[in-house]
Design a protein around this ligand. Structure first.
Ligand SMILES: Cc1cc2nc3c(=O)[nH]c(=O)nc-3n(C[C@H](O)[C@H](O)[C@H](O)COP(=O)(O)OP(=O)(O)OC[C@H]3O[C@@H](n4cnc5c(N)ncnc54)[C@H](O)[C@@H]3O)c2cc1C
Length: 407
């Protein structure tokens, strides 16, 4: 006989969006289950640069856009959660690690006067501070450096530690799924346009029908496949491909900074991640990764070497190891390439289709979903909730740096 497991919400996809939401729903008392097909955090989340943007990079046109205003509250929201006093039902992230308390922005030469006065303007007060030389992070305190450095109110996260904290204590509500024909999960849909259930087979061969008041799709790039299985045409997804560059070396100082270029997109954005031998892996994104998609790995590495020599000539990377990583950003399909101003959440039947579009916007996504539940009068159930312990739990994705460099 098939068992029925009644829940309030089934969250499908355990990247930062699904994980923050899943934790919040459980804190609020909802009976929520998370289904993950790969490893937790193993999609875009672990491959992100971990910057909790406050939107400053969207102001690089020299104008404060809607985008930058909407995202502006996110760094404080995360800071509070990281300090252990998150707002409302926000998670306590005090055991997660911060790589840098600030992200920086540097200009290799002189900024135009329009940008200089813009960065000093009232609109950016509290979000951008121009630094004097003695306040520079160590990486810019070298004689070879001539430009300006700005400090942004943006944190850089050690994302694997965030994933770990978000799942801690809730492991028994997280289930590894495989939607393939031989797999353990099937999406059941009916004529009404709703998702009727997810049918699961546990490790003993027992079948369990998982029903929910809402099914939240938060599977990043995998969401399009779920929409296809469900037979839903709208919303649609688009992907933005990137080729990131990684460089592992022995220079002792980390760098967390956008380099200003001539376009609104940073010329290069660098974050630093410790590997297990104590070396830094610098992770290079921004313009170089967008342009780099069209290049072979060898050609992109050659471009990156040139850029690093031009921008940070005092850093000796002659003995460094280099690698690249192809990764897609997954977003709702848009007519033009708008920068995100808020998380995307769209109700469809008894589902909610989501893309945060930025790691930083995971709390915003969670707010929107909780609001949609409340608007539909879906309250936390009060009765007991026991998930059979006969399912496999997905692993937490570790940092992938170590395996990215060939010997
Ligand atoms: C290179 C790069 C750098 C970035 N840097 C930043 C940054 O510094 N700051 C920032 O704010 N944002 C950044 N972003 C954007 C940010 O990473 C993403 O917006 C965010 O991680 C998306 O989270 P997500 O949970 O929606 O998706 P994902 O992290 O992709 O997670 C989706 C999860 O769903 C699972 N899944 C997929 N299909 C299924 C299925 N059918 N069933 C069950 N599970 C499924 C996957 O295995 C995965 O675990 C960056 C993105 C990239 C690519």
């Amino acid at each position: 006989m098939t068992k029925i497991l009644e829940t309030d919400v089934v969250v499908i996809g355990g990247g930062i969006a699904g994980l923050w939401l899943f934790r919040t729903l459980n804190t609020l008392g909802y009976k929520a289950i998370l289904l993950e097909q790969g490893s937790l955090g193993g999609g875009q989340t672990i491959k992100s640069q971990g910057i909790v943007h406050g939107g400053t990079k969207y102001t690089l046109t020299g104008q404060l856009t809607n985008a930058s205003q909407a995202i502006a509250s996110m760094p404080d929201r995360w800071r509070n959660a990281l300090a252990g006093h998150g707002e409302g039902a926000d998670p306590d992230l005090s055991s997660a690690s911060i790589l840098s308390n600030f992200h920086y922005l540097w200009s290799p030469g002189d900024l135009g006067s329009r940008m200089t006065s813009f960065f000093a303007s009232k609109a950016l007060r509290g979000r951008v501070d121009v630094l004097k030389k003695d306040q520079f992070p160590d990486i810019f305190k070298h004689d070879g450096f001539r430009g300006k450095v700005y400090q942004l109110n943006e944190i850089v996260l050690d994302i694997a530690t965030v994933t770990k904290v978000l799942t801690a204590g809730l492991e028994d509500r997280i289930i590894q799924v495989d939607w393939s024909e031989q797999g353990n999960a099937t999406l059941k849909t009916g004529d009404t346009g709703d998702i009727d259930a997810v049918e699961l087979t546990d490790n003993t061969g027992e079948r369990i029908t998982l029903i929910a008041k809402r099914f939240v799709l938060s599977a990043g790039e995998g969401t399009q496949g779920l929409l296809n299985r469900w037979g839903i045409n709208e919303p649609k997804m688009q992907v933005r491909p990137l080729q990131m560059v990684m460089v592992r070396h022995t220079h002792p100082e980390p760098i967390y900074a956008h380099c200003l270029g001539t376009t609104p997109l940073p010329r290069i954005t660098i974050t630093s991640h410790p590997d297990k031998d104590g070396k830094w892996v610098w992770y290079l994104g921004g313009g170089i990764a967008e342009d780099g998609v069209k290049q072979s790995a060898e050609a992109l590495i050659a471009t990156a070497k040139k850029e690093m020599k031009a921008l940070l000539p005092w850093v000796d990377l002659d003995q460094a190891e280099w690698a690249t990583l192809h990764v897609n950003r997954a977003e709702p399909k848009q007519n033009r390439l708008l920068r995100p101003d808020a998380a995307f959440c769209q109700p469809v039947g008894n589902g909610i289709v989501t893309w945060p579009t930025k790691l930083a916007l995971a709390p915003n996504l969670s707010d929107e979903v909780v609001k949609m539940l409340k608007d539909a009068d879906i309250q936390p159930s009060t009765d007991d909730f026991a998930v059979p312990g006969t399912f496999t739990q997905p692993e937490i994705c570790p940092n992938f740096w170590q395996d990215s460099f060939k010997d």
